[in-house]
Design a protein around this ligand. Structure first.
Ligand SMILES: [Zn+2]
Length: 229
């Protein structure tokens, strides 16, 4: 730690983004206790893990995993809330970095050529000021040393205005929720889609549909949290 940083910490002690406890000088963003208590899924160690099974028969996925198990406990809920609604960008990137370290222990994403975060609709991005999935992707990408592409996949429809539509109408629209730019850059590429949380898989399925008529080699998925249905 730099002298200046230690000096600043004397007067403005940094606190853990999850539990609020003061951080020791060797800790960053989250404390060692919270790091130890993260409910890891370890899905990356298994074939046909619950994330992969979520997409079974829906879209063609090569490998998929999630970092944290979103169950009754508060910790994952707090993390997701902080990064999505409370502007905690450093936590989003740090969680991505922690995820990357776990992924790196296995070989599941060794074949990846580029990481594509699930995009927000431009209106939502303007309102929130950042895309939490992109920040998570940045953290993962730094550890895996893979490029993050944010100019390929984009969201065409503001789905938050579609809540009153029937389930059938929403499904009808799914193919057109996301679209691509620079399609040729995907030729023969293995892509890793990254999102914050997996619940029904509808968002990521809609993303995958956008790649249907491209020459992409494989689609892979990683989400920070997995919410068991
Ligand atoms: Zn903590």
């Amino acid at each position: 730690m730099s002298y200046l940083k230690s000096f600043t910490r004397l007067f403005f002690p940094e606190v853990c983004s999850i539990c609020g406890r003061g951080l020791f000088s060797h800790e960053q963003i989250i404390c060692s206790v919270c790091k130890l208590n993260l409910p890891l899924t370890n899905f990356h160690q298994y074939n046909k893990n619950p994330v992969e099974l979520t997409f079974w028969g829906r879209v063609d996925i090569q490998k998929a995993t999630s970092f944290l198990l979103y169950t009754k406990g508060e910790i994952v809920k707090n993390i997701l809330h902080s990064i999505k609604y409370r502007n905690n960008r450093l936590l989003a990137e740090e969680m991505g970095r922690q995820f990357g370290l776990v992924i790196n222990e296995s070989n599941i994403f060794n074949h990846i050529d580029m990481i594509i975060p699930v995009p927000l609709h431009h209106k939502k991005l303007l309102k929130r000021g950042y895309n939490q999935s992109e920040l998570i992707a940045n953290g993962v990408g730094k550890v895996l040393d893979k490029p993050i592409e944010t100019n390929i996949l984009y969201k065409t429809a503001d789905t938050s205005t579609q809540t009153k539509k029937t389930r059938y109408e929403r499904w009808e629209n799914a193919e057109n929720i996301y679209a691509l730019l620079n399609e040729s850059s995907l030729n023969d590429k293995n892509i890793l889609l990254i999102d914050d949380v997996l619940t029904t898989g509808a968002t990521l399925e809609a993303c995958c549909l956008a790649f249907k008529n491209t020459n992409v080699k494989s689609i892979n998925i990683a989400t920070l949290a997995y919410a068991a249905n």
